[in-house]
Design a protein around this ligand. Structure first.
Ligand code: MRU
Length: 323
């Protein structure tokens, strides 16, 4: 399967997710500033992809920084580019630990992470698909997902969307409802693109239609990814996830989180300690470059929310099912 991010002759090459679905183009990244900008503008996004980008970023830094101190400072700037997905800081710090062994050792470590990602996602997806088939009686399945958790958000295959791919390959998917994911439309722009590419039947819905669809009995199971899973099982994911979990609990349907072990953060005790990224007002007050709000409106724009563990049926990783 095509990789959303790779290493090519001293550069990070990544699909530019800002351009989809209208254009498929790649970015060639050769410096830390350029990588931070790509991450902050969501050209590269999704927790697992951010983890790999972080490690590859340190490989870039190790080749270009004049000394250890400068390299460490640049790497810390990169680790802080987005705060919620634990994978970014983890990817950076894992690679940074090898800096003393030289640029080749750092690059070898980053390339190992890159090479492992698809296997990890396929294993988590297989485990999650088994669980869905055990918990849901109805066939074919009607699934709901949020944001984009597919091959674009990882290196290849995907987590929640990887699970949908696995179930679809086995002929079990009747329809996927994809939430558009305001304000940056990762669902409308990226998930529909991946579902269409894979030939999986879907309908796109406004985020606010998701909980109503669940309450109306149109959904058998909700599948989402995660940016950080706290030690107590609370899950940070794209804003809008919590409302889906509340609706799923009320309707008594499974709400399943699929994520790699690298997203599980035992050092964060619970969801209240997860730093939630707040993004710029313009993402909410305008659309397609046109203002859609009363000028001067104050804005609340958290990029993520936290779903408490008691609303989560299971968190499925490549090695375990956490119920
Ligand atoms: O702001 P984004 O697009 O990086 O947010 C992404 C999500 O919330 C995903 O659900 C999460 O990172 C898991 S991706 C496999």
């Amino acid at each position: 399967m095509d990789r959303s991010i790779t290493w090519d002759d001293g550069a990070i090459v990544a699909v530019d997710q800002r351009a989809l679905p209208h254009a498929y183009r790649t970015l060639r990244i050769t410096g830390t500033g350029q990588l931070i900008e790509a991450i902050q503008e969501l050209a590269i996004r999704g927790a697992p992809a951010l983890g790999v980008a972080g490690a590859l970023g340190v490989a870039l830094i190790a080749r270009t920084a004049p000394d250890h101190r400068t390299a460490t400072e640049e790497a810390e700037r990169l680790a802080g580019a987005r705060p919620t997905a634990v994978n970014l800081a983890r990817g950076v710090h894992g690679a940074l630990g090898l800096l003393g062994r030289g640029p080749d050792a750092v690059l070898a470590h980053a390339l190992d992470l890159l090479a492992d990602d698809e296997r990890i996602n396929r294993e988590a997806s297989a485990r999650a698909a088994d669980l869905v088939l055990r918990l849901c009686e109805r066939r074919p399945l009607r699934l709901l997902t949020h944001c984009n958790t597919g091959r674009l958000a990882t290196v290849a295959w995907g987590t929640a969307l990887g699970t949908i791919r696995t179930l679809a390959e086995a002929g079990h998917v009747g329809e996927v409802l994809a939430g558009e994911t305001r304000p940056l439309l990762q669902g409308a722009r990226l998930t529909t693109w991946e579902l269409a590419e894979a030939g999986i039947p879907y309908r796109l819905c406004a985020d606010s239609a998701g909980p109503f669809a669940i309450g109306s009995g149109l959904v058998d199971c909700v599948l989402v990814g995660a940016d950080r899973v706290a030690a107590n099982g609370d899950v940070a994911n794209k804003i809008g996830t919590y409302a889906l979990a509340v609706a799923a609990a009320r309707q008594r349907i499974p709400f399943i989180v699929v994520a790699p072990e690298s997203t599980v953060d035992e050092s964060t005790p619970d969801g209240a300690r997860i730093v939630i990224e707040e993004r710029g007002a313009d993402e909410v007050t305008s659309f397609g470059g046109r203002s859609t709000a009363t000028p001067g409106s104050a804005v609340y724009n958290p990029a993520f929310d936290v779903t408490p563990a008691d609303l989560v049926t299971a968190v499925v990783t490549e090695t375990r099912v956490l119920s």
